[in-house]
Unconditional design. Structure first.
Length: 141
């Protein structure tokens, strides 16, 4: 009887993306599932600002202001950085919950579910809340 070794390869989105030929790297966005319509609505909220940068993180899309995360989209949820001082009050609002991307709550950050973002006014309130917190932080260079 011959014994052979078996190599098991674990394929994560990162390793799958790294195997995509360079000319097809734009296909990576399919590996990070986030609501593109919500992302576009957020872009409109920031349309008058020149200091906003988009960055893929947390399996979604984050909006950075002056180098700090302000808000973003993960799945159909909005994630908002409200800071430690605004954390408890944000969690008391309807449609919010702890951001627990890693399995542990990330204090200072909340998810807002899609039903709490149906109007431009609702979305704007949360984007503004994240923006106001980000503006309290020193600019990263």
């Amino acid at each position: 009887m011959e014994v052979s070794s078996v190599i098991c390869e674990i394929r994560t989105p990162l390793t799958i993306a790294s195997t995509i030929p360079t000319r097809h790297r734009s296909d990576r966005r399919d590996l990070m599932a986030y609501n593109e319509k919500l992302a576009e609505r957020i872009r409109k909220q920031f349309s008058d600002r020149s200091d906003v940068v988009e960055r893929k993180m947390f399996g979604g899309l984050a909006f950075m202001v002056r180098g700090h995360m302000c808000c973003g989209v993960v799945g159909d949820d909005l994630m908002v950085r409200v800071g430690l001082a605004g954390y408890k009050s944000a969690l008391k609002e309807k449609y919010t919950r702890e951001m627990d991307f890693t399995g542990k709550p990330m204090r200072g950050m909340v998810y807002v579910a899609a039903p709490g973002l149906t109007s431009t006014k609702q979305l704007g309130k949360w984007v503004e809340r994240g923006l106001q917190f980000a503006l309290t932080l020193p600019e990263k260079k």
